[in-house]
Structures are given as structure tokens and as C-alpha cells.
Design a binder for this molecule. Structure first.
Ligand code: ZN
Length: 158
């Protein structure tokens, strides 16, 4: 999904490489979940809003472990990630009623990973004629809703 043309993502790429440490580990270490955009903490993984979303409701699921490849975690960690994936689809459907979803993982820089050292699963709700179409063709970004609004919609659904 990171390979979709999205000019506003340059901000993400440049700030991600400037800040010291890992954005996921930094968010986990933060005491305020809403401020760090964490929606839900499970046993082995957590759910977090993407700070530079492709669409409203763009969430990510990542393990607590700072690991670059899902091959290197215990099966139970992946099992829980898939359970959170189901819950994510249900929550996003209840909150936004999207017409479709993109879901995926970019492993390695050449595959488009923005944070390659800590693997994460993207879930992006999609609507017919949504923002990717706008951004690609018109270089216009449909302003996503405020993160606090997204948090309030999704947090009770997890
Ligand atoms: Zn990390």
C-alpha cells in the first residue's frame, strides 16, 4: 500500500527518519494512549491509528516486540494479530460502513515499508471514489477527520 502515489506521505517519511527510535516503541512507551493514537492494547499486539492515514479509519496492528519480520515471533503473536484484524474490520464497519478494505504488510524498504524494523499490519477502509483517487489524480487530499474524533468512534468498538 505504501507504493500508492500519495504526496502527503513525504512528511511521514521525512519525520520518521529524523526522530530517534522506533515510532511504534515510542508510542507504546508513551503514558497517554489517546495522545499516542493507541486504540487498544491486547496481550501481544496493539492497535494504533496511522498518523498519516490514507483514509479516515486507517489503523495498524503491531506486536509489542520490536521485530522486523513476522517469521521471528511465536505463532500466538500472529494468531492474536489475526483476531485483532477481525475486530478491526468489525469496528471499522460499525463506525464508517466502508465499501471495501485494503489490508497488508510491507516487509523491507524495497517493499515500501515506512518503519521496516517493527512490522505492522495496515487496515485501510475504502469507498468508491475515495481519497487515493483524489490524491493521485488531483494532488488533493481529502482532509481526514480529527484523530480525537476517530479515537472516540473506534475505541469503544475494540
Ligand atoms: Zn519498535
Amino acid at each position: 500500500m505504501d507504493s500508492i502515489l500519495s504526496p502527503w506521505r513525504f512528511e511521514y517519511v521525512s519525520t520518521a527518519t529524523q526522530k530517534p527510535g522506533c515510532v511504534f516503541c515510542n508510542a507504546l512507551a508513551h503514558s497517554d494512549d489517546p495522545d499516542s493514537l493507541i486504540l487498544y492494547r491486547a496481550d501481544h499486539n496493539f492497535v494504533i491509528l496511522n498518523r498519516y492515514p490514507y483514509n479516515n479509519g486507517h489503523i495498524m496492528i503491531a506486536p509489542y516486540q520490536h521485530v522486523s519480520n513476522p517469521v521471528n515471533v511465536a505463532p500466538i503473536v500472529l494468531e492474536e494479530m489475526m483476531q485483532l484484524f477481525q475486530r478491526g474490520i468489525q469496528a471499522l464497519t460499525a463506525a464508517y460502513n466502508p465499501q471495501g478494505f485494503n489490508m497488508g504488510m510491507n516487509l523491507g524498504k524495497c517493499a515500501g515499508a515506512g518503519v521496516e524494523e517493527h512490522y505492522h499490519l495496515h487496515i485501510v477502509p475504502r469507498w468508491n471514489g475515495d481519497t487515493s483517487f483524489m490524491s493521485t489524480l488531483a494532488e488533493t487530499r481529502v482532509i481526514p477527520e480529527d484523530f480525537a474524533v476517530t479515537m472516540n468512534k473506534l475505541k469503544p468498538l475494540f
